[in-house]
Design a protein around this ligand. Structure first.
Ligand code: ATP
Ligand code: MG
Length: 393
């Protein structure tokens, strides 16, 4: 069946008060953005507390639904028939055809749920329910009515036009991107950080990203992989500006000056510092990482505390209590897994100590970092100034 219209039902936005329109407008903006990439002409609009998408001309219905399933803030997508001729006899005929085409197998239970937003409409909703129900039973004797738990809930809404629908396709939930400020995602080529970015974007936060690249220790392929991942996350979050920092000199300097078992922690402290500084320039109010307690030596509670110490903005770690398998499940669901497991290392093994500290002592870390005093500020400044910006869309 070819649908020209979709009713978009939102979830949490419905709980908003006077500022609800801001969320609705943001949702419409994100819907338009998502549909830009689908062939065809689409119109997204709001009418008395509801959001509609209208399609014009030729288009692929599945593609539209797929695109809408990536727009945060959408709870349900309902492909529907919209008819202008409100004559009840006409509605009946359209409903019959609709049921016939939409459900080739007629062995189902159903209930008709009619609404009359137009109170001048001559047929009352109860009458509509009864008459349409009887008509369906007569025309398709294999069907039966179940008012408590129907397999098909047929909605017929008489408004300015008549909406007829019964399919509700789940959206991703969450809040429209752009309604909750912006945060800087530390994006590596692994499984975790893309999932972390997706989770925070789902709550309406716009995403900027930063990747620490260390050529020649990390390859161009590794960098391309991170760009590819940013593009995959951008299918949900909208365009992501990815700041690529050349981290080689800083990494080598730490390697030369500091105890090797503290390398990872000290490196991570500088990553956080630099991410925060770039983020402040682009109005990011928080950082996002893919850390999860105990996953590796640099993610013990002590290590997390040591990394966190250098940050002055909140650090969001949405995966903090997740097991690896739970993270893998999400990455498969959102489509980043296959790219994440490509074998291009995001971190060179020479910088990974055989026996990294598991419970770093902050006093010792501070002491070790003194050895960096001579050059580190200048190096951080240069790294930020020479960052490469790639728009991932
Ligand atoms: P991921 O799967 O996200 O790579 P991981 O399990 O490999 O995570 P770590 O390498 O310890 O864990 O990194 C922890 C977090 O630090 C990552 O989730 C990411 O947010 C950030 N991070 C690590 N390396 C980089 C990098 N090269 N560039 C940007 N962020 C990074
Ligand atoms: Mg990693």
């Amino acid at each position: 069946m070819v649908y020209q219209s979709f009713l978009i039902k939102y979830a949490e936005i419905g709980t908003k008060g006077k500022n609800r329109y801001l969320f609705e407008d943001a949702l419409i903006k994100q819907i338009k953005n998502a549909l830009k990439k689908v062939e065809g002409r689409f119109l997204a609009s709001k009418e008395s507390g509801r959001i509609y998408v209208q399609a014009e001309g030729e288009y692929d219905c599945d593609e539209v639904i797929e695109a809408l399933q990536r727009v945060f803030g959408i709870a349900w997508i309902c492909p529907m028939l919209q008819i202008e001729n409100k004559d009840f006899e006409n509605i009946k005929q359209v409903v019959l055809d609709y049921i016939d085409q939409e459900y080739p197998d007629k062995h189902f239970t159903f209930k008709v749920d009619s609404r009359r937003a137009d109170k001048n409409y001559p047929v009352h909703s109860e009458d509509m329910n009864r008459q349409l129900g009887e008509m369906i039973l007569n025309a398709y004797p294999e069907t039966s009515v179940d008012v408590h738990n129907p397999q098909v809930l047929l909605k017929v809404e008489v408004r300015k036009v008549v909406n007829i629908y019964s399919r509700m396709i789940p959206g991703p939930g969450g809040m429209p991107v752009g309604t909750n400020g912006k945060a800087m995602l530390l994006l590596s080529g692994g499984i975790d950080s893309p999932v972390a970015g997706w989770m925070i974007a789902k709550r309406g936060v716009k995403i900027d990203a930063v990747y620490f690249h260390a050529p020649p220790y990390t390859s161009d392929r590794a960098k391309q992989k991170v760009i590819d991942l940013a593009k995959l996350v951008a299918r949900y979050s909208g365009p992501i500006p990815l700041h690529i920092i050349n981290f080689t000199d800083i990494q080598l300097y730490i390697y030369e000056q500091c105890p090797h078992e503290e390398l990872t922690i000290i490196m991570r402290r500088y990553m956080m510092k630099i991410a925060e500084e770039i983020g402040k320039k682009t109005d990011c109010l928080a950082l996002i990482t893919g850390e999860s307690i105990g996953q590796v030596a640099s993610q013990t509670v002590q290590s997390l505390a040591a990394t966190n110490e250098v940050c002055t903005v909140p650090v969001f770690r949405p995966l903090i209590g997740f097991d690896k398998q739970e993270i893998v499940d999400i990455s498969q669901k959102i489509g980043t897994f296959e790219t994440s497991i490509q074998p291009y290392e995001d971190c060179c093994t020479i910088f990974v100590a055989k026996h990294p500290v598991i419970k770093p002592n902050l006093n010792m870390i501070h002491k070790s970092e003194l050895a960096l005093n001579e050059k580190i500020d200048e190096m951080v400044k240069t790294a930020i100034e020479t960052a490469e910006l790639v728009w991932c869309d």
